[in-house]
Design a protein around this ligand. Structure first.
Ligand code: NI
Length: 257
C-alpha cells in the first residue's frame, strides 16, 4: 500500500469533492497520507482532517511564504498544536527565495525557530526549500539538523546537494516532477540517492505527474510516479511502494501505530 508523505487536502481546490475523493483512497491502494500545514489556518485544517480520517496524519508548521503571520504567541500555538496525537512532524518550514517577499532574514529567523520547536518536541521536520540551497544547507548544518531529522520535500536541487542532505540523515521527497519531460536533474538525483532515503509524495493539489501535468493532483496519481521510480532504479513497482512506505513509517515514527 502507498504512503503519500506530503499532501494538502485542506486546500480549497478539494472543497467540491474532498469527502468522495478521500473515501476512495483505500480502495485505490493509498494506505496513509500526511496532510501538511503551511500556515496557522491550514495547520488547523490538516489536524481536523487527521481527526476525521484514521489514515490521515498531520504536520504542523508555517511555510516560508507565510512567516509574516508569526510572532511569539503564534509559535506557542504551533507548539500546543504539535502535541496533538495525530501530529507527526513540524512542517512545512524552510526558505523560498523565488519571490522577493517575505524578507529572507525573516524567513531564516522562523525557519530556525521552527527547527528548534521540532527539536524540543522531538518531531521530524518537513523542509520546503526553493532557490535557496546554500542558505538552507548552511542553516541545517549550523543548527545540527542531523539531531532532528526529516525530509527535504519536493526536492529540486542537484545530486550533490541531495548527497549533503542524506549525509545529515535526511530523506529526499520526490513526486510528480520526476515524470516531467524536462526532469533530467531529478532523474539524476533519483539514480544517485539510495532507495532507503527516498520518500514518495504528491504535494497535491500541485505538481500532478505526466500525463496529468497542470491538472489538479491527488494521491490517486502516485502510481505514475512509482512507475517512473521503478524504471530509474531498475526495481519493481512493488519494491518502490514497500520501501518508500517503510521509509515514511520510520521517519514519521509510525512503526508502532
Ligand atoms: Ni507542500
Amino acid at each position: 500500500m502507498i504512503f503519500d508523505t506530503h499532501a494538502h487536502y485542506d486546500d480549497e481546490q478539494f472543497d467540491i469533492d474532498r469527502e468522495e475523493l478521500l473515501g476512495s483512497m483505500k480502495e485505490a491502494g493509498i494506505e496513509t497520507i500526511v496532510d501538511v500545514g503551511a500556515s496557522i489556518e491550514t495547520t488547523k485544517k490538516a489536524l481536523d482532517l487527521a481527526h476525521k480520517y484514521d489514515f490521515i496524519y498531520a504536520a504542523v508548521g508555517v511555510h516560508p511564504s507565510e512567516v509574516e503571520e508569526l510572532d511569539d504567541s503564534k509559535l506557542e500555538l504551533l507548539r500546543s498544536l504539535s502535541r496533538d496525537e495525530k501530529c507527526v512532524a513540524i512542517g512545512e518550514i524552510g526558505l523560498d527565495y523565488h519571490w522577493p517577499d517575505p524578507d529572507p532574514e525573516l524567513q531564516k529567523e522562523w525557519f530556525i525557530r521552527q527547527l528548534d520547536l521540532a527539536r524540543q518536541e522531538k518531531l521530524p521536520v518537513i523542509i520546503h526549500s526553493r532557490d535557496a540551497a546554500a542558505d538552507t544547507m548552511d542553516i541545517l548544518k549550523a543548527q545540527h539538523a542531523e539531531e532532528i531529522g526529516g525530509v527535504v520535500h519536493c526536492f529540486s536541487y542537484s545530486k550533490e546537494i541531495a548527497r549533503q542532505c542524506v549525509k545529515l540523515g535526511f530523506y529526499i521527497g520526490i513526486g510528480g516532477v520526476l515524470t516531467f519531460k524536462n526532469a533530467r536533474k531529478m532523474v539524476e538525483v533519483m539514480e544517485d540517492t539510495p532507495m532507503d532515503r527516498i520518500l514518495l509524495e504528491t504535494d497535491c493539489p500541485y505538481l500532478a505527474p505526466e500525463p496529468f501535468r497542470g491538472k489538479r493532483n491527488s494521491s490517486l496519481y502516485l502510481p505514475y510516479v512509482v512507475q517512473k521510480m521503478a524504471e530509474v532504479k531498475g526495481i519493481s513497482t512493488d519494491e518502490v511502494i514497500s520501501i518508500t512506505r517503510e521509509n515514511a513509517r520510520t521517519m514519521y515514527g509510525l512503526q508502532d501505530r
